[in-house]
Design a binder for this molecule. Sequence first.
Ligand code: XLS
Ligand code: NI
Ligand code: NI
Length: 437
Amino acid sequence: MSAFPDIQKICYVGPQSKNALSFRHYNESEVVAGKTMKDHLRFSVAYWHTLRGTGSDPFGPGTMLRPWETGSDNVDMAQKRVRVAFEFMEKLTTPFFCFHDRDIAPEGASLAETNKNLDAVVKVIKEEMQRTGVKLLWGTANLFSNPRFVHGAATSPNADAFAYASAQVKKALEVTKELGGEGYTFWGGREGYQTLWNTDMKREFDHLAKFMHMAVDYAKQIGFKGQFYFEPKPKEPTKHQYDYDSAACINFLRAYGLADHVKMNIETNHATLAGHSVEHELDYAGAQGFLGSVDANVGDLLLGWDTDQFPTDIYIATKMMLIILKYGGFTTGGLNFDAKVRRESFEPVDLFHAHIGGMDAFAKGLKIAAAIRAEGEIDGMLKQRYSSWDSGIGAEIEAGKQNFASLEKYILAKGDATPNTSGRQELLENIVNRYVF
Ligand code: XLS
Ligand code: NI
Ligand code: NI
């Protein structure tokens, strides 16, 4: 039985299309800068929002009309939901999905029963993956919803919570491996604190590192070769999340010997909550060699929380694709729509509109970014701005041939450092607009 009987496979029609259920820019087999759009963008559906989002908020219950959700949330329903998920992805033509363990299967009365539930659903997911060719971008474990994680999981003051979380991640890694997952993500959940009066921050950091090392060790033990990711988020649910931004995460990974095993999964809305632009976060991670994957969404600049809206802003998509291309594009990572339809958009068709909008925005962003890079105008101006480092004194400093004393001598002889090139920000912005329009 079809969950979306009125919706056909979404096809590329072209920029002139007025059909809301078609792509205007995402043409999966079109080659841009040496690779197909499908391989560049590696779109992924987030199971938690798209299949499990109810539209509830602190002021009221869910509003979503999901005709396939019948009866209680048992294994049978979870298995039926998998068929819906894959019909959705097949029609949308997204090549990947991501999930938390608890999105796909319900918790049982014990961990053993929960794991059994998970296995029963994973069996159906495997079948559907084979049938459709949709692949798993990354898996993760939900270590924040259940009240046992009220004080956090790996950073909980309760060692039993740490132990439970370890058992859960062990299973999540096994399942991710079984489904051929290309990665595994750690998002902090409740790893952070509300007040230092009751928090031993140093001890909590040590525990988080121990936890990640155990995950890395276990992955090696079972032969899981996927890439680990760490996803920064500065606040919500706790006031101080330990994985605040790329800089905080990378410092943590380096300080605790995890740098060779974990890369970053950057989420647009989390970047803005941290007071950064997403391009800052991407470039920071890329410059340090940690750019892994992206949770593609967008926040609302007037709202200070994680609104997880679908990304339709061409400028943001362009800037993101410019940086992703600059660092060589995705390898194991991709663009995961960690985004939800608004509470008011409660019909199933809205799920299609939302994803189509996001896919088209990034497809257009990719085309613009590739054109900007091919012409090299902006790159040329950037290079020019740093040209004093390419020869003479600059090149000598970079090569380590100068020191404070020799530079003092140089400047005494020269007289002054005159700012002789404009930043040209306005011109650069105009040039970008030329490619966008
Ligand atoms: C929540 C996070 C979460 C992670 C996966 O804000 O974005 O959805 O991506 O646990
Ligand atoms: Ni996310
Ligand atoms: Ni988020």
